[in-house]
Design a protein around this ligand. Structure first.
Ligand SMILES: C[C@H](O)CC(=O)SCCNC(=O)CCNC(=O)[C@H](O)C(C)(C)COP(=O)(O)OP(=O)(O)OC[C@H]1O[C@@H](n2cnc3c(N)ncnc32)[C@H](O)[C@@H]1OP(=O)(O)O
Length: 778
């Protein structure tokens, strides 16, 4: 039991996703399968079909097998239309005397990406009626498909996610390709598996593994699914359907078992052990996702099924989770899902019909922390890399993968071998002169189509490229540390950067599994600029008497992975000061000149690396509050000449969060208004993947609109009067607050200046005479 418990680990709130689009009254009049009509039910029961799409197709072969194929591109999602069509085809297959067995599969190499997520918004907004409770999960999947008298086999290629896997698990056997992805990632959307996944998955793969797959929204590959017993056989795509047909006939002929996974019990742990595992999972979920309800709802539904039987479990799913689909968490996570996909739709770049050029070889300049992290990200996606030095660590890789990855790196000492690289990423220290020299050299040594990228986190790109003629090829590729782990890639384009270069880098970003956002050029770009006030405001509050640890605690309770002071320790005070200098030069009026960090640095207290910062680090990365910092705080307060503010000391944790984040929102508004970001949702994604803003709050701008522009504006005005212009709301925020326009509505109703700037940037990009220079095929 202990082993089973310890095998189960939750990662983080960011991973915890979550419930299902089904609700209403419990239908007590259940009729027996054998007497149930298989005709499509009345429209009322099925929901508003006009808003749904897709279908299934059926072909019956001479072997007596009906193959039903889900057709709903791009991912064969299960709209209500698809499910009704499936039921209709299935009913026909059951009625026809020439059909002995049935295979279900997906068109175009994808089984199904799950329930149609695009319909969730309609349901939440009351525009689409939901299917009656239990209709899909019990009436269609359990009492029609699983209970029927002809065997049904799923042939899985590509993806079987969410509702897709739930349909497959209701089949009597599953055949898959080794690389297919199988999973129940519903929690990442704020819902829980609603088509029986909470009941069938534990019965197929054991409780511990099923909890991991559901609570972490973590799909597994066909190969692992086979080892676990989730799929019965592995085949290549070419043989998949053929073998599935044979398998279905074998079941008919009693040569293979006919398994109804809902009623399997052999993999379930004894009740006492199962309860211990669930108790452990609950405690983990409470600790790591304290603000989320749906992981607990999911665990409750699984437990009900184990304790009272799977049908009771299915009803628990409906009864206890109706509200999840309408929760703010679900709405916020859906926004994140669609916003993440929208980051690769970039005006003035991806709408010009350009095809990304092939990047075959990459060079990285600088083998420090960032350079080696970027190199690792590249080689893990099979890009050969030229690098001066490498710190690729084995970590969790297998020996074979590690060796293969390392074989892709070549160490070099000069630029001689740069002549055939297609992309260079400079990742040396933040020194303008050094970077200028490097780019001038790159222009000499690299071929004329090579993309020249810099990983600078703050320096204006025009300054870096000042000494070159290749301004159209210069672009920012800002990775976040650790570069092979953090998902965000900030692609920075200047007014000279060619759209082709942006499209090329977007493609590389996708290939190395990053979420790229394309932003304009300025000091700090979008992400660092937006989050600079996070630490700034915190430093001001400390001078005004607030406790360092109280601020950090308020931020982590809100859902940030760490508060501003713990973050400063992690980043290191050296970096914090260097970044601060850049801001001081460019946005002087918005920098709070606290002496706290410089005072600590004088005593070689520089953050986690020196084992002492705002916290002390005696035991590896464990941060412990350090009473010694009071000495520095007192000095800083006396140098600032401010008196502790008694009102500030009375603030609740919620108010502290507002004071820290309203300044972040204010800066994000400027970033939007200046056209640095093209859409508010890009800033949401940037805040989540770059800064760890809690995804279940939808991202910084989505959350801001939830609070309301007027409220934020008025609070900032109030604080500006009390604490100075540092808090002054920007014109974008003021205008929206006055007119009652959401902050996220952009650019259609952005300020005229912002619109014009954005338009000018797009036009410059499209009309750039130099864009032809780089757009030729290599
Ligand atoms: C009842 C059930 O329990 C409830 C459910 O099933 S809820 C749904 C559960 N399924 C999921 O969460 C899967 C969500 N989708 C994904 O993770 C990924 O899209 C994927 C792995 C399927 C494909 O990834 P990838 O190949 O990188 O393509 P990606 O860009 O993400 O998606 C392609 C398009 O399909 C759309 N799409 C993906 N999954 C979808 C779904 N389930 N419904 C509707 N559209 C979907 C995307 O929005 C995108 O549309 P766009 O081109 O207009 O932007």
């Amino acid at each position: 039991m202990v082993t089973a418990v310890s095998r189960y680990k939750l990662r983080s709130e960011l991973d915890i996703a979550c419930k299902l689009p089904i609700h209403s009254e419990r239908d007590s009049g259940r009729d027996d399968v054998s007497t149930r009509s298989l005709e499509p039910p009345p429209e009322r029961a099925a929901g508003a079909m006009a808003a749904t799409k897709g279908r299934t197709q059926m072909e019956v072969g001479v072997d007596g097998v009906a193959v039903i194929t889900v057709c709903n591109p791009p991912v064969n999602s299960l709209s209500v239309d698809v499910l009704l069509s499936l039921r209709e085809n299935y009913g026909e297959a059951l009625r026809r005397n020439d059909v002995k067995a049935i295979v279900v599969t997906g068109k175009g190499g994808k089984f199904s990406g799950g329930f149609d997520i695009t319909s969730f918004g309609g349901v939440q907004g009351g525009k689409i009626e939901q299917p009656k409770v239990g209709y899909i999960s019990i009436d269609i999947l359990t009492d029609t498909l699983e209970a029927a008298t002809k065997p049904l086999v799923a042939a899985i290629d590509g993806l079987a996610l969410g509702g897709g896997l739930e349909v497959a698990m209701a089949c009597h056997a599953r055949i898959s390709t080794p690389t297919a992805q199988l999973g129940l990632p519903e929690l990442q959307l704020g819902i829980i598996p609603g088509f029986g996944g909470t009941q069938r998955l534990p019965r197929l793969v054991e409780l511990t593994k099923s909890l991991e797959m559901m609570l972490l929204s973590k799909p597994i590959k066909g190969e692992e699914a086979h080892q676990l017993g989730l799929v019965d056989s592995l085949l290549s795509s070419d043989d998949l359907v053929h073998t599935a047909r044979r398998w279905a006939l074998d079941i008919c002929e009693l040569k293979r078992p006919w398994i109804k996974s809902l009623y399997k019990t052999d993999k379930l742990e004894p009740l006492g052990e199962a309860r211990e595992i669930l108790k452990f999972a609950r405690a983990q979920a409470r600790r790591q996702a304290a603000n989320l309800e749906h992981p607990l709802v999911c665990i409750d539904a699984i437990e009900e099924g184990i304790v009272s039987g799977p049908r009771a479990g299915l009803w628990k799913v409906f009864n206890s989770t109706c509200g999840l689909l309408f929760s703010d968490t679900c709405k916020n996570l859906l926004h994140v899902f669609f916003s993440q996909r929208a980051t690769s739709k970039v005006p003035g770049a991806t709408d010009l019909g350009l095809t990304p050029r092939k990047i075959t070889k990459v060079a990285i300049l600088g083998g420090g922390l960032m350079g080696s992290g970027i190199a690792t990200a590249m080689i893990l996606s099979n890009y050969p890399v030229l690098l001066k030095e490498s710190r690729v660590r084995k970590g969790k890789m297998t020996e074979e993968r590690y060796e293969k990855a390392l074989s892709l790196v070549t160490g070099v000492l000069d630029y001689e071998r740069f002549k055939d690289v297609d992309l260079v990423i400079e990742a040396v220290i933040e020194n303008v002169k050094l970077k200028q020299q490097i780019f001038a050299d790159l222009e000499k040594y690299c071929h004329s189509h090579c993309v020249l990228a810099t990983n600078t986190s703050t320096i204006d790109l025009n300054l870096i490229g000042e000494k070159t003629k290749s301004k159209d090829r210069i672009v920012g590729a800002h990775f976040f540390s650790p570069a092979h782990v953090m998902r965000l890639l900030e692609i920075v384009r200047t007014q000279h950067t060619s759209p082709q270069v942006v499209v090329d880098l977007l493609d590389v970003g996708n290939k190395i599994k990053k979420t790229p956002i394309v932003v304009g050029n300025c000091t700090g770009f979008a992400v660092n600029r937006m989050f600079f006030p996070y630490t700034q405001s915190a430093l001001l509050f400390v001078d005004l008497g607030m406790d360092v640890y109280k601020i950090d605690r308020a931020c982590t309770k809100f859902g940030m992975p760490m508060g501003p002071f713990r973050l400063a320790d992690l980043v290191g005070f050296g970096v914090a000061v260097a970044t601060g200098m850049q801001y001081l030069e460019n946005f002087q009026e918005r920098v709070y000149k606290s002496m706290l960090i410089p005072l600590m640095m004088e005593d070689k207290r520089t953050g986690e690396a020196s084992r002492k910062g705002f916290y002390k680090y005696e035991d590896k990365r464990k941060a412990t509050p350090d009473p010694e910092i009071m000495e520095y705080i007192e000095k800083s307060r006396s140098m600032a000449g401010v008196k502790p503010d008694t009102e500030l000391l009375k603030l609740s944790e919620k108010d502290i969060v507002s004071m820290v984040f309203f300044l972040v929102i204010n800066e994000a508004c400027r970033v939007l208004d200046e056209g640095i970001a093209v859409k508010a949702s890009d800033l949401d994604i940037a805040s989540i993947f770059g800064m760890g803003f809690p995804p279940y709050r939808g991202g910084i701008m989505f959350w801001a609109d939830f609070i309301g522009a007027k409220y934020i504006h008025d609070k900032l005005e109030e604080w500006a009067k009390r604490y100075g212009d540092f808090f002054k709301p920007c014109s974008y925020l003021a205008e929206r607050a006055a007119k009652g326009i959401p902050l996220t509505r952009f650019p259609s109703s952005a300020s005229a200046s912002g619109r014009l700037r954005l338009l000018a940037l797009c036009l410059r990009l499209c009309a750039s005479p130099s864009s032809s220079h780089v757009s030729g095929e290599r």
